[in-house]
Design a protein around this ligand. Structure first.
Ligand code: FRU
Length: 505
């Protein structure tokens, strides 16, 4: 390891907001910069995009991520690394994978090879195996179409250090320019590893017994789902719905998302160990907001299916006005299947661990939301907040966050259109990209009149979950002064049976 790399890795080993909770000393600027999210994972400094290789092992969640440690824009991409014991307090770790002569380290996944199928394990140590895309810039510049190939690295010390496999790549590109983001999982039926790979405008499934030799199984997706852009970062897993196994295929797409730019679509269906067959051909979105992308799930989490996305959009990710760092992750979310009008839909809700971040709650009952100045009851907002609302009948609703500069963000529901919206047209600094300052919408998918809404508000982000997570929206914003006021309005006299506002002391 070069001296530079050594010094860098030593300096980045510091706590994320765990330090804050423990009251340890932090440098003056770190964590106090404008727009620095407080309860979402952000890199200590420099550029971050997709979450990668998320895996749970021996009580520790590992989050790797696309990282350029030399700049706040995309460049030579490494795998950054962070760990957590509870999904919400993260600790920065040394960089896990550096670019090499085969290229940058693009997105991918990690598995626990319990049975040592790869034979990377030594002296009884279970190998963690990362499967990622080697992106050759040289090959790209030469105009070749095989510059993305799939490679392996393994760790025998529970994810602390990684060794690249000497016979990389393990899956060679057959001549498809976009051939990337392998998501690997063990399939009980096929008794093999299945790799779900994004291959331009469709998914290609491969199988392997040892993670090293891969055989093509099938393709899915040409002409099905959204095709406004290239398919990236897929994921395949099953969820149990009342004893029935439902397979979910996540496909991120950029551009062509539901509100422009990047987005996460999904299909529900069946996977027989060889082929994915969707139940229908409708396009569905896991998150309708503009700022959840490249989201995939953790491996090795038993019955829980945990999802995390990058909280940005390629439309403007590289020009958002943060200074020392760029990029954040969504809160971890738990996925489940719900049945609506005879269709199986994917729902996501914040993991319950998120509740632990808040130690102060205000509870209200039967609030007529005609014009409810929440701040007058709870005091000014001084940090992250969690708002939960329920009621018997959803009607028009606007929740406005504002500051003394009259900048505001409005999250709400438009009854006449049966849609949710996040309006950031007047949210503050919106001028860095022409499409940023917009009003974004999402259909309400819950079919019953009763509502349950959760909002997670951090310094520069909002996440909305409604109908047990059937409609989800994520958006980022950049006010010139932190929002301090919340008011709730409804022109059709909405009654909130319960309203809980939680914050941090
Ligand atoms: C998605 C993506 C992936 C790729 C990575 C590069 O945001 O484009 O397809 O592997 O980012 O950083």
């Amino acid at each position: 390891m070069s001296l530079f790399k050594y010094l860098f890795t030593v300096t980045v080993v510091s706590c994320c907001f765990l330090c804050r909770a423990q009251g340890q000393a932090l440098t003056k600027q770190y964590y106090n910069e404008p727009h620095r999210l407080q309860i979402h994972f952000t890199p200590k400094e420099h550029w971050m995009n997709d979450p990668n290789g998320m895996v749970y092992y021996n009580g520790v969640y590992h989050l790797f991520y696309q990282h350029h440690p030399g700049s706040t824009v995309f460049g030579p991409i490494h795998w950054g690394h962070a760990t957590s014991r509870d999904l919400i307090h993260w600790q920065h770790q040394p960089i896990a994978l550096y670019p090499d002569s085969a290229g940058y380290i693009f997105s991918g996944s990690a598995v626990v090879d319990h049975k040592n199928t790869s034979r990377f394990g030594k002296n009884g140590k279970v190998p963690l195996v990362a499967i990622f895309t080697h992106h050759s810039v040289k090959g790209e510049q030469e105009g070749r179409n095989d510059f993305q190939n799939e490679s392996l690295a393994y760790s025998l010390d529970e994810g602390r250090t990684w060794t690249k496999y000497k016979c990389n790549p393990v899956l060679k590109n057959p001549g498809i320019k976009d051939f990337r983001d392998p998501k690997v999982s063990w399939n009980e039926v096929a008794h093999k590893w299945i790799m779900t790979l994004a291959t331009l405008d469709h998914i290609t499934f491969y199988s392997s017994r040892n993670l090293k030799d891969w055989t093509k199984e099938s393709e899915f997706g040409k002409g099905t789902g959204a095709h406004g852009g290239v398919w990236e970062c897929p994921d395949l897993f099953s969820l149990n719905y009342q004893g029935k196994k439902i397979w979910v295929l996540i496909v991120n797409i950029n551009p062509g998302g539901p509100n422009g730019g990047s987005g996460t679509q999904y299909f529900v269906g069946d996977f027989d160990g060889h082929q994915f067959t969707p139940f229908d051909k409708e396009t569905r979105w896991l998150d309708y907001g503009p700022d959840e992308y490249a989201g995939v799930t953790f491996s090795n989490t038993g019955n829980r299916r945990l999802f995390l996305g990058w909280m940005s959009n390629w439309q403007y990710a590289q020009v958002v006005p943060t200074q020392k760092w760029r990029g954040a992750m969504t809160v971890p979310r738990e996925l489940s299947i719900k049945k609506v009008n005879g269709k199986y839909l994917l729902a996501s809700t914040p993991v319950p661990e998120v509740n632990k971040l808040f130690n102060r709650s205000f509870k209200f009952k039967n609030i007529p939301a005609t014009n409810f100045e929440l701040t007058a009851k709870t005091g000014k907002l001084t940090g992250p907040a969690l708002i939960k609302m329920t009621g018997a009948q959803l009607k028009d609703l606007s929740i406005t966050l504002s500051n003394s500069l009259h900048q505001k963000l409005i999250v709400g529901f438009d009854e006449s259109k049966n849609e949710f919206f996040i309006d950031r047209t007047q949210s503050g600094n919106v001028g860095f990209e022409k499409d940023f300052g917009k009003r974004h919408t999402a259909p309400r998918l819950l079919q019953t009149p009763n509502f349950n809404c959760t909002l997670i508000i951090d310094k520069a982000s909002v996440e909305l979950f409604e109908g047990d997570g059937l409609t989800v929206m994520t958006a980022i914003f950049f006010p010139d002064e932190d929002y301090s006021d919340i008011s709730i309005q409804s022109k059709s006299a909405l009654n909130m049976e319960s309203l809980t506002v939680s914050s941090q002391n």
